[in-house]
Design a protein around this ligand. Structure first.
Ligand SMILES: Cc1cc2nc3c(=O)[nH]c(=O)nc-3n(C[C@H](O)[C@H](O)[C@H](O)COP(=O)(O)OP(=O)(O)OC[C@H]3O[C@@H](n4cnc5c(N)ncnc54)[C@H](O)[C@@H]3O)c2cc1C
Length: 426
């Protein structure tokens, strides 16, 4: 079914936000399912939200939204998007609240990898990969962390050696969210071992499933297995897959981290849909429901906890808006995304703790034992992910102190030393 309302342009020749909102208001209920109507196995929360079927549903849903004319709202038209503004995206998100959206595709495909390709990729990479992702045909993933370099990303030791028109990759990447279901990865590898560590890196936009790549899924404490480790054994990658310059991988990675901080903190203009309880910690409605189900709605301490969670949510929203406008108007440096990244890590963890306090021992119960609050217990087990994914909160504090507050840089013995002379290993 397609929308019948016509697009009304504003003075810039773009469709006005109000007209766009009205079209979305008409199209969404006619084409998307209400979250409340989804069968339990398709609800999209909990550790199993990342199974193969969920990825297939997300791709199909993205295609439907694309065909309906609401995909890639802030991406340029020449790369398959709509070329509209964050205000259009916000209007769409508000209208889509309560409806099923392809949330799995937001991070990292649309909010991190896509914008990085947009900023740093070749014309061919932009035309091919952005358009494919917006159509729902391509899922992107990040190959940054390695078993021995997570926070110290510039210490990557995955090796890429030039051989004529191709590079040969060897090494290993890890903690890649959803790699098993992805098509292409932004992969940081070392191409020059004589250069200091930040200058010998190159970013590749490589195929995930190809000869020489072995993807292994990692079982997590909460029962999920969306994380993967990849092993590269003489993987052939064409030179046309280089993003930016050979040896210029750190500039690309820095841009990627900028988008990642915004995405993780909740400030990306490319995020489509309403962020789920799982990604931001339990929301206030969920906590009120929890207090009702556990018979604690009148307990003053429980009410205080819910008020604290509410305050965290309000501050988060305002912080996101403040940093987004600060970086857009260049009143704040691009690294200011670390402020929202840090706040998100702290508040999501606190919200998971609050939910556990409200649920008490019932967090370990299944429905047959009493109120079904298992999701609270499972989310609590995974709470520290919010402090690590997208760069740890400690690293965010380092960035804030050094790049925003202008405090002295952390001492590094390896900064200007050729990488092959840097002492490595545990
Ligand atoms: C939910 C989630 C999704 C993720 N998705 C991806 C992905 O898709 N692709 C990908 O490549 N990676 C991904 N990661 C990995 C993530 O980027 C790393 O976990 C993170 O960068 C930390 O690296 P590490 O785990 O190796 O910890 P380490 O770097 O070993 O750090 C261990 C601890 O030491 C602290 N520390 C380290 N160095 C410093 C320092 N200089 N100053 C102060 N403290 C320091 C860290 O803050 C941390 O607490 C994901 C992680 C999570 C939790």
């Amino acid at each position: 079914m397609t929308a019948t309302t016509t697009a009304a342009p504003d003075v810039t020749g773009r469709e006005s936000v109000e007209s766009f909102r009205l079209r979305a208001r008409e199209w969404i209920p006619a084409n998307l399912r209400r979250l409340a109507d989804l069968p339990a196995e398709e609800e999209g929360t909990g550790p199993m939200a990342h199974d193969e079927a969920a990825w297939q549903r997300a791709r199909a849903l993205q295609r439907k939204i694309y065909e309906g004319g609401f995909a890639g709202i802030c991406y340029p038209r020449e790369y398959g998007g709509l070329g509209l503004t964050p205000e259009h995206q916000r209007a769409f998100n508000e209208e889509a609240a309560g409806y099923e959206m392809p949330m799995l595709l937001n991070v990292p495909t649309f909010t991190i990898c896509g914008p990085t390709i947009l900023d740093m990729g070749s014309e061919e990479q932009k035309r091919e990969h952005l358009a494919a992702a917006i159509r729902g045909d391509e899922v992107l993933v990040q190959f940054l962390s390695e078993p021995d370099s997570g926070s110290d990303l510039a210490g990557a030791t995955t090796r890429a050696e030039r051989d004529g028109d191709v590079f040969i990759l060897n090494g290993s990447k890890t903690w890649s969210s959803g790699a098993y279901a992805a098509d292409y990865a932004l992969c940081l590898a070392r191409t020059d071992w004589d250069a200091p560590k930040h200058r010998g890196l190159t970013m590749f936009l490589m195929k995930v499933h190809q000869p020489g790549v072995h993807v292994e899924r990692i079982k997590q404490v909460n029962g999920g297995d969306e994380f993967c480790q990849e092993f590269f054994d003489d993987v052939v990658v064409p030179a046309s897959a280089v993003v930016g310059e050979v040896g210029g991988g750190w500039a690309v990675a820095s841009r990627q981290l900028f988008h990642e901080r915004n995405a993780v903190g909740g400030g990306s203009p490319y995020f489509s849909g309403v962020r789920t309880a799982r990604s931001r910690g339990p929301q206030v409605d969920t906590l009120i429901d929890l207090a009702n189900r556990t018979g604690r709605a009148d307990d003053p301490y429980a009410r205080e906890l819910i008020a604290e969670a509410h305050a965290l949510g309000v501050i988060h929203r305002h912080l996101v808006e403040r940093v987004a406008s600060g970086t857009r108007t260049e009143k704040m440096p691009p690294t200011a995304g670390s402020l929202i990244r840090l706040f998100h890590g702290e508040s999501a963890t606190r919200q998971a703790e609050i939910a556990l306090e409200l649920a008490g021992p019932t967090a370990a119960m299944s429905a047959s034992d009493g109120p079904d609050t298992r999701e609270v217990g499972v989310s609590y087990l995974f709470r520290q992910a919010a402090q690590l994914g997208g760069g740890s909160t400690e690293m965010a504090r380092n960035i804030i102190s050094e790049r925003i507050l202008g405090m002295p840089r952390e001492h590094a013995t390896d900064r200007d030393v050729p990488f092959n002379q840097v002492r490595r290993g545990r």
